[in-house]
Design a protein around this ligand. Structure first.
Ligand code: OAD
Length: 251
């Protein structure tokens, strides 16, 4: 069964194929980055949904920054795994390859991926909450742990916030445009995502409506499992590794 699934995917990946991959927290799980949901998906008993909101930040910026500082410090010690490396390799090998990630950890770039469509932003970027005129639109702040919490804007002294998308906020229009263009593909793989958070969760359905063959790779069933053409159960690092061994062996 697993062999047939791997075959069905491998047949659709080739030099001229347009392949789009959407990744979620499951892809970084093998690197030691905690996922959002599930038994390890909590921090000090706060759910991500309660901390990753503009309202939470407005009412307690220190608490929200403590959560981000904890995650940033943890992520700074993590290295890309085989899944990140395989995706980076495909990006170099296949001209029509595009990677959309919901992950904010930057491990794809560390593995060598370029042009990643960062659907939910980056945990390593910040911007001035007041949008003061002198500060850049966003900038990199990669000190982890931070020397001072909450960090302040070097230009106006006001609060800065993480450069990530919070619940209730819209996706950057340019990112949406690039993600939309990536839906025109032959093969769409949704890897390691719980398919619960929209609009990202709707991308796989949109790609299918446009004619892509859609595949889910996940350790567990998700709401998307019944809506894709093929669901492969397994770890991202393991299944992408299997695919790459077959693809690499073919060339
Ligand atoms: P979740 O934590 O919701 O889901 C992680 C998924 O990965 C689950 O479906 C797991 O079964 C699966 N999984 C775990 N380990 C895996 C492995 N080794 N290989 C394959 N799959 C594995 O993470 P996301 O779907 O990414 O939003 O969450 C979506 C968004 O919700 C995140 O981007 C974040 C969060 O709140 C923002 O930060 C805006």
């Amino acid at each position: 069964m697993r062999e047939n699934s791997i075959d069905a995917i491998v047949r659709r990946i080739g030099p001229s194929a347009r392949v789009t991959v959407l990744t979620g927290a499951g892809v970084s799980a093998a690197s030691g980055v905690p996922t959002f949901r599930g038994k390890d998906g909590l921090w000090k008993s706060y759910a991500a949904e309660r901390l990753a909101t503009p309202e939470a930040f407005a009412s307690d910026p220190r608490l929200v920054w403590e959560w981000y500082d904890w995650r940033r410090t943890l992520i700074s010690r993590c290295r890309p795994n085989g899944a990140h490396r395989t995706l980076a390799l495909w990006g170099r090998r296949y001209e029509g390859f595009r990677l959309i990630t919901q992950n904010v950890d930057g491990l794809d770039e560390k593995a060598g991926s370029e042009g990643v469509i960062r659907f939910h932003g980056s945990i390593w970027e910040v911007f001035c909450l007041d949008g003061c005129a002198r500060s850049p639109r966003r900038w990199v702040l990669d000190e982890a742990p931070l020397g001072h919490i909450p960090p302040s804007c070097p230009w106006c002294g006001g609060l800065v916030r993480p450069g990530v998308v919070w619940f209730g906020e819209g996706i950057d229009p340019e990112v949406l445009r690039r993600a939309d263009a990536a839906l025109d593909c032959d093969l769409f793989l949704a890897v390691g995502t719980s398919a619960l958070v929209y609009p990202a969760a709707g991308l796989v359905d949109a790609a299918r409506r446009r004619g892509a063959f859609t595949v889910e790779i996940n350790r567990e069933a998700t709401p998307a499992t019944g809506r894709v053409d093929l669901a492969v159960q397994g770890g991202a690092e393991e299944v992408l590794g299997l695919l790459e061994r077959r693809l690499g062996g073919r060339e």
